[in-house]
Design a protein around this ligand. Structure first.
Ligand code: KG4
Ligand code: ZN
Length: 350
């Protein structure tokens, strides 16, 4: 990399069920190739770790080659290789980390092991430019639901709160299952909800009562909501009545989005941040995007949400965090960097 050119970084993502390879120059996205094993998990109603690892093994080299071809670059051209080092499924992470090390050694490139959650935040810079000096990030995926204070993403983030039971995406997946909708549950519930009345059923809003404010002001809880939906559906079925799918989907979705947006705005106000960044698979949700926009407009808070394809897992997000780290002068990771399935959110790069 010359002093004037922007870093060219290749990012590898294998923490769950998508094998992603992205290539980014500065903040310009050059390639974003994703091979998903989601269809192989669908009949189990959730991601099967062994199946995911095997699928990553099969997909990693072809996905790598497709990304390099799409970007029109060779591995020798890149300035660094970034890879998700955690959190995620241990075996799945290992495939990406081993591949990154192999390519890094073969092409003599530095490697950055990065945090998957920080990458979900960084990806927004590809679409909306540099992050402001201070912002709140709402991270909502199949495995995580967190509120973070982000001052300088290259140096770390401050966790403000997280789910105390199910993640938001997990709640979508479980509720979809009990409604007979396919896995992953987010997209079919999002679609079914469009024709429903979101005020039809008053489902509970977890950890929003006055008594929860002292200990859980910025935490989430979705398992009570899931149980409430299950009980409601069971009661209808027992009574021999049809379950109004669209109304249940819309009311459940409203309960999730209402809490996510309310707590995110509360965090912005408490931390004096005028920007909210939303990332992770659930950020692809149409109601969450609309509700966040509507309520943030009212509070003078700018909302940044990447386009849906960049919200779900991909390699571009890892490359985006990689270029950010290179530009900030953060040292590369040691070549024996471990995959860490429980990597804490406070560790942005290892
Ligand atoms: O970030 P992601 O791709 O993988 C993880 O790191 O978990 O998130 C996957 C989650 C799944 O639970 C899926 O149901 C959810 O994101 N999801 C959605 C939507 N698209 C994906 N949830 C709600 N609405 C959507 N449109
Ligand atoms: Zn994710």
């Amino acid at each position: 990399m010359t002093a004037t050119s922007e870093p060219l970084v290749l990012g590898i993502e294998t923490s769950c069920d998508e094998t992603g390879v992205g290539i980014v120059r500065g903040r310009t996205l050059l390639a974003d190739e994703v091979a998903s094993s989601v269809d192989e998990h669908a009949r189990f109603g959730g991601v099967v770790p062994e199946v995911a690892s095997r699928a990553h093994l099969e997909a990693i080299v072809p996905t790598m080659e497709r990304a390099l071809r799409a970007a029109g670059v060779a591995i020798s051209d890149v300035d660094a290789i970034a890879v998700t080092a955690g959190p995620g499924l241990a075996g799945a992470l290992l495939v990406g980390v081993a591949a990154a090390k192999g390519y890094a050694i073969a092409a003599d490139k530095p490697v950055y092991g990065v945090n998957h959650l920080a990458a979900h935040v960084a990806v927004d810079t590809l679409e909306h430019g540099e992050l402001p000096d201070r912002c709140i990030a709402l991270l909502v995926s199949g495995g995580h639901s967190s509120l973070l204070l982000v001052d300088d993403l290259a140096r770390g983030v401050v966790p403000l709160g997280a789910t105390i039971d199910d993640a938001a995406g997990e709640a979508y997946d479980k509720v979809a299952r009990l409604l007979g909708l396919p896995f992953p549950g987010g997209p079919p519930i999002d679609r079914a909800a469009r024709d429903g009345d979101r005020g039809a059923i008053a489902f509970p809003r977890g950890l929003t009562a006055a008594r929860d404010q002292a200990e859980h002001r910025f935490d989430f809880s979705f398992s009570g909501l899931k149980t409430a939906v299950a009980r409601w559906v069971e009661a209808r079925e027992r009574a021999g009545e049809a379950v109004p799918l669209a109304d249940v989907a819309a009311s459940f979705q409203e309960a999730v989005c209402d809490v996510l947006v309310a707590k995110a705005i509360d965090a912005c106000r408490a931390q004096d941040a005028d920007t909210l960044v939303i990332g992770g698979g659930v950020a692809a949700n149409s109601r969450l995007r609309a509700l966040a926009q509507e309520r943030c407009d009212r509070h003078g808070i700018a909302v940044r949400v990447p386009r849906p394809k960049l919200c779900t897992d991909n390699g571009a997000m890892v490359a985006a965090l990689g270029t950010h780290l290179v530009a900030a002068g953060v040292p590369a990771s040691p070549l024996d960097l471990p995959a860490n399935s429980a990597l804490p959110i406070t560790t942005v790069s290892v």
